[in-house]
Design a protein around this ligand. Structure first.
Ligand SMILES: [Zn+2]
Length: 475
């Protein structure tokens, strides 16, 4: 692709996405209207798959042993570029597209993380690139990865273990948020565990001497971990909940269980802390004469940033429009009223950008990465992808300024208002994938950076051996 052609190719990609705008909006709305939680997102997955099949993609479902995962590929040739889409909802987040708290159905799921937009935005980008390949504007192949169960267990980690991301040159992906910026940061690697202790039940008053309390073991374990906590690096996070503490105070609990998550910036650190936690669990069993069943339920890597790809994303953002209509702008203002003071959230922005974010409920002007050199206190299954293929990530503004993820305001914005940011994401993805297909040098730089950042650590799946996502997520 000669430099003079690049602009024309991108304009054609954007026109394609504009022509598809109604279809993409409808698709995102249909998934929003029928929110499905992790591993049960079958209709959402099917809706995306059927569009891709219709468009001539070769679609294979079931990657990583997850029925709702799929890989859709168009093209036979190298290079191969890809994007990812999520589509799972969150339990209990049901909310109408209104500027007041009002569930569609109390207790039902809802799209509190914007994954209906995430899936369809990425799909829009992949479709446009496919058309450009078809027209002969670009050469190579494009892959859309349908990645389920982000909110529970991390579907991508299973897909990585299955080799779904092998033989891809680079991936560009995004997540809904309230600003438009590439990401240059990392996040925390993690491990998840279930510790179940088994003792002996007995009458707590009449025969305590014949009981062995599993709850005592849980409490001693938690106390042990609290004493350990001072002696791990500051950035580490260890959290737990008691899943089962027994049934009645007058019965010595014969079974009790506690769920743990261990997080730290480096995978090795997570493993060191996890081993310590497991030792403490074993010691608690010894102290209480109970048996321990320790099960690792999840594991993830932190994200390897890729500045070459983030810079390409950032440049493309400047070419993309953000056409909010009057009704959407008014709804955004109403939603902002419900969020209270956004000053805390605005502190994430450089001072020079805060005024613009104060002025409008939708902050659409693209900005530079906010997280360069930082390790965010969160984990994502995109981390494992980033250790296997160069991954460019960004955030697009689908929510009102300051909206936290997993809030009802995020759900409310996701049915229509957020489709503007979704189209912005589709265009940014399409343009960056076009750069990757046409520019050997960009691909080489992204690859070299990936090799350099991953040089001191060989990726090994953090999942327990033979892990079955369905069994682990239901625990
Ligand atoms: Zn999310």
């Amino acid at each position: 692709m000669a430099t003079s052609d690049v602009g024309a190719v991108k304009r054609a990609l954007f026109e394609d996405i504009d022509a598809e705008r109604e279809r993409l909006r409808t698709l995102a709305r249909d998934i929003w209207d029928n929110p499905e939680v992790a591993l049960r997102e079958s209709e959402s997955s099917e809706r995306l798959q059927s569009v891709l099949r219709e468009e001539g993609f070769e679609v294979e479902a079931g990657a990583g042993g997850i029925d709702t995962a799929f890989v859709a590929r168009y093209g036979e040739e190298d290079p191969v570029v890809g994007t990812m889409g999520e589509y799972d909802a969150l339990p209990g987040m049901s909310q109408r597209a209104t500027a007041e708290r009002d569930p569609v159905e109390p207790g039902a799921p809802g799209h509190g993380c914007g994954h209906n937009l995430f899936g369809v935005g990425s799909l829009g980008g992949a479709l446009a690139v496919k058309r450009a390949i078809e027209r002969g504007d670009l050469s190579g192949s494009v892959v859309f990865f349908g990645t389920p169960a982000e909110e529970a267990g991390g579907g991508k980690v299973y897909m990585v273990r299955d080799g779904a991301f092998d033989d891809v040159d680079a991936i560009v992906s995004w997540h809904p948020g309230w600003y438009n910026a590439p990401s240059k940061g990392s996040c925390l690697a993690n491990d998840g565990f279930d510790f179940t202790f088994r003792g002996e039940t007995s009458h707590a008053a009449a025969a305590p001497e014949s009981g062995r309390s599993a709850l005592d073991a849980v409490q001693l374990m938690n106390t042990g971990v609290e004493y350990m906590r001072e002696h791990v690096p500051d950035a580490a996070r260890i959290h737990y909940v008691v899943r089962n503490g027994g049934a009645a105070a007058n019965v010595v609990p014969g079974e009790a269980s506690v769920e743990y998550i261990v997080r730290a910036p480096e995978r090795e650190e997570v493993e060191r802390i996890s081993e310590w936690v497991r030792d403490i669990a074993g010691a608690a069993a010894t102290m209480t004469r109970t048996d321990l069943d320790a099960t690792k339920t999840a594991g993830m890597y932190g994200v390897l940033p890729n500045h070459a790809l983030a810079d390409a994303v950032r440049e493309n953002m400047d070419l993309v429009d953000f056409p909010l209509d009057d009704e959407q702008a008014a709804f955004a203002e109403d939603l902002r009223e419900t969020l209270g003071d956004a000053e805390g959230a605005l502190k994430q922005l450089p001072e020079s950008e805060r005024e613009a974010a104060r002025e409008s409920a939708m902050f659409s002007r693209p900005i530079d990465a906010l997280d360069e050199g930082e390790v965010g206190s969160y984990s994502t299954d995109s981390g494992d992808v980033s250790w296997n293929v160069p991954l460019g990530r960004f955030t697009a503004a689908t929510w009102v300024v300051g909206t936290p993820a997993h809030s009802w305001q995020a759900v409310a914005a996701g049915r229509d208002l957020g489709t503007v940011g979704m189209a912005f994401a589709a265009k940014t993805i399409a343009a960056t994938l076009a750069d990757l297909l046409g520019d050997d040098e960009l691909r080489a730089r992204a690859r070299a950076e990936f090799e350099e950042r991953s040089a001191d650590h060989d990726y090994e799946s953090p999942l327990p051996e033979d892990a079955d996502p369905y069994e682990l997520v239901s625990r």
